[in-house]
Each structure stands twice: as C-alpha cells, then as structure tokens.
Design a protein around this ligand. Structure first.
Ligand SMILES: Nc1ncnc2c1ncn2[C@@H]1O[C@H](COP(=O)(O)OP(=O)(O)OP(=O)(O)O)[C@@H](O)[C@H]1O
Length: 288
C-alpha cells in the first residue's frame, strides 16, 4: 500500500467549522468535522448535494479560512494556498493559448525551474498519463478526458504532497470516466501522493479509495467512515465482485438517508410514505 512508503502529505482536519454570511445571517456549511488523510492514502468524501464537501476541500486548499477548528498539513497549520497542495476541479482550468506541455510547465516556471528541467519533468508526467504524443497540441484540440488528464498532470507537476480533487470527472461521459479512474489509480500507485477526492459517484469512490467519509446533510458533519477492503492495485474486474457491490450498497443506503434528510422529509410528507430510509445489511464496508 502507498501509505507504507510515503512520508509526507499528512492532512489533518480538526473540528473544522465553516460559516458563511448570507444576507447578514450566518449559515453553517460545515460543523465540527474531523477527517484525515495519511501520507500516500487515497480518501474520498461523499455526501448529499450541498453538505459542504467543496467547502471542506477549499479549506484544505487554503482558499477558505476556518470559522472554527484547524487544518494541518504535516503538522503545520494551513494558512493559505501553497505548492504543497495541487488542486483539480471539475472545470478544466487550462490556458487555451498554451500547448499541453507549456500548460504543465507553467507552475514549474513560476517556481523558477530551468527550461530543460521543466521540459524533462513535464514529459515524464505526460508519459505517465499517456499524453506524451499530445504535448504540442492546444487544449481545444483535446477531448474532455484528455483535458482533464492534462489538468491532473499540471496539478502534479510542481510536486505537491497532496492532490485535492473536486468532482474531477463530473463533466465526463460514463465510459471516459471509467478509463480516467483507471488512469488515476495507476498514476497514484506510482506517485505515492496523498489524495482527497470528492465525488457523487459511489462506484468511483469505492474503486479509487482506501477510505471513504460519508457526510451528513447540511451542516456537513461526518456520518460514517468506511475502509475499502479491496486489494491494490485495483482493476476493472474488481467492480463486479461481491465485496465491491456490497460496499456500494452500504454507501447508497447511507447517502439516501442523508439525501432524504436534506429534503426535510418532504418526500415522505408528500405522500411517498413507502420510501424507506433504512440502510441495508452493512456488508463488507468496515465501519471504523
Ligand atoms: N462562498 C459561499 N458563500 C455562501 N454560501 C456558500 C459559499 N460556498 C458554499 N456555500 C454554501 O455552503 C453549502 C455547502 O456548499 P458546498 O459547495 O461545499 O457543498 P457540496 O457538498 O460540495 O455540494 P455539491 O455536492 O452540490 O457540489 C451550500 O449550502 C452552499 O450554498
């Protein structure tokens, strides 16, 4: 497993609270959340829409200041964005006027890395992502999946200890998404980097993660923490195993409870009384 070899990239979110001011009223988006990512670990956050997943990730990225609690990276308090954390969003954030390789080199250039070293590092990572033959293409000559692969490579180029990914495959069609998951798990396996990953796709979370946090409806708190017991490296065949399917079923039950709670019981009150909020048999997802 990765976490046995990586030594940096330990994220600790301790009793995090984040409040937004909306028209003069405080709105609590995240409440008393404690989560962690060990060095080299792949951890996902899932939960109903609006439960504060992006807010939490933005606090780890240093884009948002906690209203309560702390975020630590390798024991040091996060006080703002830094090159020790790479961020990938759902929207492709490439510079359209730069080639693929120039896009990847951009962060290295900002760090003052020499042209020859930049080129070597960019080409190594592009090779890992299967994009070397596209290094001189421009973003608008690439498919959505390729653009997002360039986005991931660009986030990795400056050598962060932690990769923060907010629904990175959300805009892709389902076939491309599955391929991207395999590419990401292979890259992660080689790079030994810590990942905090947000997704709405439960299969994706199970396929990629070592552990999964399920969040409650707003204000977001940690509802459950599950260890994914599947071996590494992950392969597409594993998605059909009873272990995988049982874990997906467990997570679906947990999310469904919270989605119903987020709707304030409106569905049941509206006459859909047959809807059950009970979670099915816990299966293999080991609750910790
Ligand atoms: N900058 C902001 N100002 C005010 N409210 C905000 C801000 N950012 C987020 N919120 C609110 O905080 C809550 C949590 O939002 P957030 O985007 O973190 O949820 P999420 O779980 O990532 O949602 P989704 O799964 O739909 O992307 C929502 O009610 C959202 O409207």
């Amino acid at each position: 497993m990765n976490q046995s070899t990586a030594t940096a990239g330990h994220v600790e979110v301790l009793h995090l609270g984040i409040r937004f001011d909306i028209k003069g009223a405080a709105m609590e988006a995240v409440q008393d959340v404690s989560v962690h990512v060990r060095p080299g670990e792949f951890v996902s956050l899932i939960g109903p829409s609006g439960c504060g997943k992006s807010t939490l990730l933005n606090a780890v990225a240093g884009f948002l200041k906690p209203s309560a609690g702390r975020v630590l990276l390798d024991g040091h308090e996060v006080k703002g964005p830094g090159s020790d954390r790479g961020v990938v969003f759902q929207q492709y954030s490439l510079f359209p006027w730069m080639t693929v390789r120039r896009n990847v080199e951009f962060g290295l250039k900002m760090k003052g890395v020499s042209a020859s070293e930049r080129e070597a590092q960019a080409r190594t990572l592009l090779g890992l992502a299967g994009l070397l033959s596209f290094e001189n293409h421009y973003p608008d000559q690439l498919s959505g999946g390729m653009k997002q692969r360039v986005g991931i490579v660009r986030a990795l180029a400056t050598g962060p200890q932690v990769l923060l990914m907010d629904e990175p495959f959300g805009a892709l069609d389902s076939q491309t998404r599955v391929v991207m998951q395999e590419i990401l798990t292979n890259m992660w396996q080689r790079l030994r980097i810590s990942v905090l990953f947000i997704t709405h796709d439960i299969d994706e979370a199970v396929f990629l993660s070592d552990r999964i946090y399920v969040m409650t409806a707003r204000p977001g708190r940690v509802k459950s923490e599950l260890v994914v017991p599947l071996p590494r490296p992950r392969t597409a065949e594993m998605t059909g195993t009873p272990q995988f399917l049982s874990m997906v079923r467990t997570l679906k039950g947990l999310i469904r409870e919270e989605s119903l709670a987020a709707m304030g019981g409106e569905l049941r009150d509206g006459g859909l009384g047959g809807l059950s909020t009970e979670v099915g048999p816990a299966g293999v997802g080991q609750l910790v």
